[in-house]
Design a binder for this molecule. Sequence first.
Ligand code: CUA
Length: 440
Amino acid sequence: MKKITHGFSRLLSLSFALLALVALGGCDLNTKMSTFDVKGPIAETQLDLFMLTVWVTGFIFLVVGGVYVFAVIKFREKPNDNSPMPSQGHGNPLVEIGLIGASVLLLVIIAVPTLQAIWYTHDTPLNEQSKLGNWYTGDELSEDAEEEVLVIRVIGYQWWWEFEYPQLGINTANEMVIPAGKAVHLELRSVDVIHSFWLPRIAGKVDLIPGRANAMWIQAGDNFERWAEKTGADGSELALQAAYNTYLEEEIHDYYYGQCAEYCGDSHARMLFRATVVGDDEFAEWVKSEAEGHTAPEGKPWDEWYKAYDSNPDSLTGDLNEGAKVFMGRGKCIACHSVEGNPRALGVAGPNLTNVGERLSIAAGWLNHHDEEDVLQADKQYENFVKWIKETDVVKPGNLMWKSNGNGIGELLDPEDPDKIKLLTDEEIHYLALYLQSLK
Ligand code: CUA
């Protein structure tokens, strides 16, 4: 019996070891969400600290494990060995004090850089290069804003993200745009439960807590000084600046993946976000386009469009007008969503939809419509909009758009018989998807 149990436990450990190997084989350190492929000083500091801890604990493991294995082999009982019990080292002051000293030393080796890193990642640096006034090329800023770094207010909702840029007067959702190489100060808040902001390759993680304003700073890529120090590049200032810009363009400008890192309900796993890192000019252009928003379909001013809509909606024809009519009317989208420019789309319960047709994902990063090169695929985008509107409860169980309409988006009153409920038809959803695609 004993033999059988022994054989079985060996088999069990062997299968566990094999399973662990297989699982490790699936680890790729160079993915979109890898904390090992870091971009920028915060994630880099966090990675350095992690590696230091790995080395110190690895060292402890090897020393303790080595002594243990050595003792087991060297002092094991041999057959026919009748020698007496060896002398015991209990209470040897030299050994005990030595071990305490070694432990303290190892803890100090970890503690000092840990404290340094906590301080470094806590206070947003106000260096000249990051001050808005020194790099922002868009419209004029207030005097205060010129002296500050870019501030983004990150607000967590079940289950999406709002990104507000108070100094620039714009507001977006689920895809933040940030400038490369500049410190950005984040104010973290929540309207419902605790969420956690985690942008693995750039920075992580800090919680968003209801009733409390947390803060952190992030920076995609090094600033000029840090880059120059690290690369040791030298030459004329002009050549250096050009080399630095090439570094930002080639290594930092990218589309980064983020994720809520604190369990927050049904669709926590589907509460993703994205960050697009761009150059200064592109950033200013994006801000401008966000602030301008959209006209009515076919470039019509909204007051003209609404005049027609209120008096004779049938006079508004064509795919986009049909879609806009569903957006304002049967779909009730404007009750929860804002679209910059549109004077009646002022809802605040859901994501701001300005330029939603430009984003590479919807439903808080859960439905992606880009290819591997992060280029938007219009067909995929159309499919995703249709899927999201039609099966919002399947895509994101428990979400507000589903709940607010009782049981599935589009469970709306029948215009011909208000006592009846009439779902959005496939045709209406088709036009709505086309209209949303056009918001860019
Ligand atoms: Cu928000 Cu998990």
